[in-house]
Structures are given as structure tokens and as C-alpha cells.
Design a binder for this molecule. Structure first.
Ligand code: PLP
Length: 432
């Protein structure tokens, strides 16, 4: 378990070439390791709880392709179903029966959803739901929270959490001011701030969108009463409540955060897990609201590859596995063992740290905490996290390369994997 200097020769070669071909050498910013230092490793294959890089190193994976791999990578049931579907072609651009099956599963699982529209990513789901919020209410302003990420559409690139925070960009050039003037922001877990925004903008706010458990500024759960308070406030002001469950959907419980906390929003966005590793997003809500979406109604939204049979198949198989008795108890137990262990080791080795988990989602910060919002999260010692990340990587543990990302476990993670991870953490934290 001692840190062998990683041989990453091939990774370095590939990434060096990638930097001449693609901006920053990556297809999505956080993959570039900017906030933890060093070079990213280049993957060759994934299976269960493990990943292998192009130099043959094996790691226990706590990123799970940023959420989708909740059953473990390349689950045999998913792969087999995909093979069968693949033989029939990849995309029809026409209805397929698999859409009904996945839609039915989503509608049965998620309390707020009576009708659903499939798209290709979480970003697409969130930008579409925003249009729908505005179409339904006839109002233009929305409230989002500092540190919550809802994809990279212009209107949401205001105080948008991890990816943006990690690069130190408060905002992004290229986003016209006129696009974000209708985006109001409040600190997470701050009901008073939301009340004030409603009072200052009477009859102008279409709705409130949030991550019901934050994962994009690190792991931050809602305070008791926060979700309930938002439900009442939005109702009182004729505004919609939207849970962005792209990360939490089918991860913190089969019905997402809304089932876990018993607060039902008007609209919900999904992604990540429901695609089982293929590109899928979705948004849904009551029949009344969803009937505004084209072609049932006038709100336009479309997609060439939306609802394609391969992606639907991966989603169906993934949800099938998750819906078996007791799966979330398994996830809860293994994840709690991990986070409790990490926090205990931090304490023993003299590091200030706080954190937590819900089911298969966890996170910790190198700060005494408590962390209720993004400002609190930013008190973390990010330089220390960078060293911790590197030390863990050298011991075969792959963590998200940013202090401001949640971690993910899967049904494939074993107690032995957790023990190994904690042994590595003890070594690394002792040396920090
Ligand atoms: C990942 C994420 C998104 C964006 O999804 P993509 O598929 O990356 O476009 C939106 N909202 C939340 C809460 C997310 O975690």
C-alpha cells in the first residue's frame, strides 16, 4: 500500500498530445486536474468499482463517471442488454418502445413526475426546464443558489459551483449580461434571502431551482426545514419549485431527494444515473405543466438523438438493478463506513475536517465546518486537498480532482475496498 511512484508515461504522452488538439486537453474542464495539480490520468477501461489507466495501474474509483456508474462500471446486465440493442441499430429518430419503459419507470419512481421528456444531458434538461418554468408562469426571473450547478447554459452561469469555482471564474465571458439579469441568487440554506427576493420582485419570479442536496460545491445537505420552506414560499408567490436531481435522482434514493425528504417540487430534472453511462437527461412534472411542451403544447424543445434505444436500454437496466430490494441500504452502509472512517482518520491525524453522506453520495471538506453553503465550503484548505488527492492517487484511490465535488460509491464497492481506501487515507493524512 505504500506509495509507489506511479508510472504514468503513457498517460502523460496522450495528455500532452491532447493539449494540442483540444482546449486544455479535455472534453470537460474538471477532468484536467487544474485544482489538484499534476496531470490527469488517461483511462483504458472500467469494471465494477475499478478503473485501469493506459499504463496498467488499477484504482478504486469514487467518481463513477460523475454519477452514472451507481451499479458499478460495465455491469454485466447493462452490457448484455446494450449488445442486444446495438445489433438492432443505434438511433431511430423515431419512437421506440424502450422510451415507454423508461418513462414508466421514472414516473413510478419520482413523486413529482407524471409525464417526462427525454433529452441527452443534464445541461439540456435544465435549460429546457427553465424555458418551461417561464412558459408556464409567464414570468422571466428565476432564483438559483450560490454554488449550485445546473449545467452550462448561459442563464445558469452565475455562481455556478465546482467547475467554474475551481477555475476561479466567478462567471464566464461570452455570457451576455442581458441573459443573466433575470437570474437572482441566494446563499444555499438561507430562506430569509429567498423571502427577500420574492418580496423585492413581486409577481416576477417564475420559480426557484436548486440541487436538493448540493453536490457541485462539495456535498452540502439541506438544513431541516429548508426544502419545506421553499415549497411554501413558491406556492405563496405563484412560482414553481424545481429540483435539479441530475445528480441526486436515483442516487440518494430510488425516488431521489424528493422521496427521501418528502417534499414534492413542481418540476424535476434528471440525468447521470438514468442513462446508466450513456447520454440521457430528462425533465418532468405534472401533466398540466408538461402538456405545454411541443408537440402537445407551444413550448418548443427537440433533440435528434433524444430517447434513442441504446441510451434508453442502459437506463432501463440500471434502474432495474437499483429497484431490487435493499440496494439503497447496501449503498448507505458502505458509504457511511467510508465517510465515518475518513473523518475519524482526519481527527486522529490532526486535520480539521467535516463531511457526510446520504446513500451513495458523500463528501468532506478540509475545514472544521459546519458547511451550510458555498461560502462555508470555500473555507476549505484546497492546497491540502490537492496533496491529499495526489497521495491517494499514488495509492490506487481515484477521487474527484476537486475539493468542491461530491464523491460517489456504487453497488460494486466492497467492505474490502473501503478498508483499503481508509488505510491509504491514514497514510496520506499522517504525512500531510
Ligand atoms: C452534472 C449536473 C448537471 C449537468 O449535467 P450534464 O449531463 O453534465 O450536462 C446539471 N445539474 C446537476 C445538479 C448536475 O450534477
Amino acid at each position: 500500500m505504500t506509495a509507489t511512484p506511479l508510472n504514468t508515461t503513457k498517460s502523460q504522452e496522450i495528455f500532452t498530445a491532447a493539449q494540442t488538439l483540444m482546449p486544455g486537453g479535455v472534453s470537460s474542464p474538471v477532468r484536467a486536474f487544474k485544482s489538484v495539480g499534476g496531470q490527469p490520468i488517461v483511462f483504458d477501461r472500467v469494471k465494477g468499482a475499478y478503473i485501469w489507466d493506459v499504463d496498467g495501474n488499477q484504482y478504486i474509483d469514487y467518481v463513477g463517471t460523475w454519477g452514472p456508474a451507481i451499479c458499478g462500471h460495465a455491469h454485466p446486465d447493462v452490457i448484455q442488454a446494450l449488445h442486444e440493442s446495438l445489433d438492432k441499430g443505434t438511433s431511430f429518430g423515431a419512437p421506440c418502445a424502450q422510451e415507454n419503459i423508461l418513462a414508466d419507470m421514472v414516473i413510478n419512481a419520482v413523486p413529482s413526475i407524471e409525464m417526462v421528456r427525454f433529452v441527452n444531458s443534464g445541461t439540456e434538461a435544465c435549460m429546457s426546464v427553465l424555458r418551461l418554468m417561464r412558459a408556464f408562469t409567464g414570468r422571466e426571473k428565476i432564483i438559483k443558489f450560490e454554488g449550485c450547478y445546473h449545467g452550462h447554459a448561459d442563464m445558469f452561469l452565475v455562481k455556478a459551483g465546482s467547475g467554474v469555482a475551481t477555475l476561479g471564474l466567478p462567471d464566464s465571458p461570452g455570457v451576455p449580461k442581458s441573459t443573466t439579469t433575470n437570474t437572482l441568487t441566494a446563499p444555499y440554506n438561507d430562506l430569509e434571502a429567498v423571502k427577500k427576493l420574492f418580496n423585492d420582485n413581486p409577481d416576477e419570479i417564475a420559480g426557484v431551482i436548486l440541487e436538493p442536496v448540493v453536490g457541485n460545491s462539495g456535498f452540502i445537505p439541506p438544513d431541516a426545514g429548508f426544502l419545506e420552506g421553499l415549497r411554501l414560499l413558491t406556492q405563496d408567490h405563484g412560482a414553481l419549485l424545481v429540483f435539479d436531481e441530475v445528480m441526486t435522482g436515483f442516487r440518494i434514493s430510488y425516488g431521489g431527494a424528493q422521496a427521501k425528504f418528502g417534499v414534492t417540487p413542481d418540476l424535476t430534472t434528471l440525468g447521470k444515473v438514468i442513462g446508466g453511462g450513456l447520454p440521457v437527461g430528462a425533465y418532468g412534472g405534472s401533466k398540466e405543466i408538461m402538456s405545454l411542451v411541443a408537440p402537445a403544447g407551444p413550448m418548443y424543445q427537440a433533440g435528434t438523438l433524444s430517447g434513442n434505444p441504446l441510451a434508453m436500454t442502459a437506463g432501463i437496466k440500471t434502474l432495474d438493478i437499483l429497484n431490487k430490494e435493499g440496494q439503497y441500504d447496501v449503498l448507505e452502509k458502505i458509504t457511511k463506513k467510508l465517510i465515518d472512517g475518513l473523518l475519524a482518520i482526519a481527527k486522529e491525524t490532526g486535520h480539521e475536517a467535516c463531511g457526510g453522506s446520504i446513500s451513495a453520495m458523500f463528501g468532506f471538506f478540509f475545514t472544521a465546518g459546519p458547511v451550510h453553503n458555498f461560502s462555508d465550503a470555500k473555507q476549505s484548505d484546497t492546497a491540502k486537498f490537492g496533496h491529499f488527492h495526489r497521495g491517494m492517487l499514488e495509492r490506487g484511490i481515484y477521487l474527484a480532482p476537486s475539493q468542491f465535488e461530491a464523491g460517489f460509491t456504487s453497488l460494486a464497492h466492497t467492505e474490502a475496498d473501503i478498508d483499503k481506501t481508509l488505510a491509504a487515507a491514514r497514510e496520506v493524512m499522517s504525512s500531510l
